[in-house]
Design a protein around this ligand. Sequence first.
Ligand code: HEC
Length: 196
Amino acid sequence: MKAFLLSAAVLLVFGLYLPTASVFAEDPAVLFEKLTCHTCHGPQGRGMIRTEDKERYWLRQKKMYRQMVKEGIPTATVKKLIPLYKKKFDDKGKFIQAIEAHIGKEKTDQYQDIIIKIAGRVYYHKGDLIPGFEDYPRHAGNKKLYLYRQMKDILEGKRTNGNSDAMRGIRPYIESNKITDDDFRSIAEYLSNVKP
Ligand code: HEC
């Protein structure tokens, strides 16, 4: 029992010690994530932009069929689309293909705009800025000395504006991870080498 408790204590001590001690110089790319930098500056400092599209095409309600009739699609054609009820498509191309399989190409060309207007929902596109982060800076490809100095100035409170308080929220992580000046320099160098 004693031996067990002892090894548990050793594990606990190491478990607490290892993640916080900077015994080894850490990979700046890893640090950038570990210190949560990417949650405001995007993956690899490329900015907070959407990395993929989010759209959905989905005839999820019966009233959508009624709406299609109202918008001028013949009832017989709309009825042929019933097998699509509640099927989800993340991709517009695949949705159109499915429509074509049911009503043929000619009618699809004729009515697809109406169907998509009713059944399509676009949340965002790849490359769109994520709301709330529109005025947060990107770092990829910026000058390393500039990045280094700005980081230091913000964290030391020499650069202050309406946004910099958000960044100063990471001070506890900087301290608990014992981040050194060399770490800041290597993060800045790493970011400067990322292709924007
Ligand atoms: C909670 C959000 C947030 C986190 C986390 C964060 N930052 Fe920032 N950072 C900002 C904001 C907002 C600014 C702009 C502040 C200003 O204008 O003074 C900024 C500015 C910077 C700048 C100056 C950029 C320029 O173009 O002038 C650098 C460099 C930087 N951050 C690096 C980092 C690094 C490295 C980390 C992780 C250790 C980090 N930031 C974590 C929000 C954040």
